[in-house]
Design a protein around this ligand. Structure first.
Ligand code: CA
Length: 227
């Protein structure tokens, strides 16, 4: 299984060719990748969306990376952040770590090195998180993205897994269609208008029919377990 399955990374980099290289390399590992080119858009995305990791260039137009980092940590967003700094701006690296960056790379860097750092940060972050999620006979293992139901392994696609993970992590919370769609795809990928329904249908079929309840015209919910 590819390491990036079910994990969403935000890349913020204004150098177009470097950014393209990063995005291509990360997508090859099956990460869901969103790319933004300036600090204002990055900050907006980080306020409104959930990412598993942020790769943040410090020299950005409109709002620099250090300001973005400072703001998200002030908002108590603990997403792992890997900063990218220019060789002539090593002081920024120290400032970045002081502001709560988790790691840094100095440009130019090897993409293999970047992937290794990303993997380490994700592992660290998921090591801190809960190791299993239990819900009505279902068990989800976030580190491996495996799922079992009544002790039988269930094969899910990465999008089915992401969807299920989100829903069962917050029983009783109604997720709108927009939120779930963004979560599964990030921006930029083509989303068939019925894709979400198809994934929900598959999950009900592979697991059990009344697992996910449709809230007509709004979205979906997994009901709270009755104690
Ligand atoms: Ca830059």
């Amino acid at each position: 299984m590819k390491e990036g399955l079910g994990l969403r990374i935000l890349v913020v980099e204004d150098d177009a060719s470097l950014a393209d290289g990063l995005v291509t390399a990360l997508k090859r590992e099956a990460y869901t990748v969103d790319l933004l080119h300036d600090g204002i858009h990055a900050l907006e995305a980080l306020v409104n969306e959930v990412f598993d990791l942020v790769i943040l260039d410090l020299g950005l137009p409109r709002l620099d990376g250090l300001a973005v980092l400072k703001q998200i940590r002030a908002n108590e967003n603990a997403v792992p952040v890997l900063i990218l700094t220019a060789r002539d701006a090593l002081d920024d690296r120290v400032a970045g770590l002081d502001l709560g960056a988790d790691d840094y790379l100095v440009k130019p860097f090897d993409v293999t090195e970047l992937k290794a750092r990303a993997r380490a940060l994700l592992r660290r972050s998921y090591g801190r998180a809960i190791s299993e999620i239990h819900y009505k006979g279902l068990v989800l293992y976030p580190a491996s993205h495996k799922v079992s139901y009544q002790n039988q392994d269930i094969n899910l696609t990465r999008r089915e897994y992401s969807l299920l993970h989100e829903l069962v992590s917050q029983p009783g919370h109604v997720f709108t269609r927009d939120v779930l769609q963004q979560l599964m795809y990030g921006w930029g990928d083509d989303v068939e208008s019925n894709a979400l329904e198809v994934h929900i249908h598959h999950l009900r079929k592979k697991l059990f029919p009344d697992l996910i309840r449709t809230i007509r015209g709004i979205g979906y919910v997994v009901d709270q377990e009755v104690a």
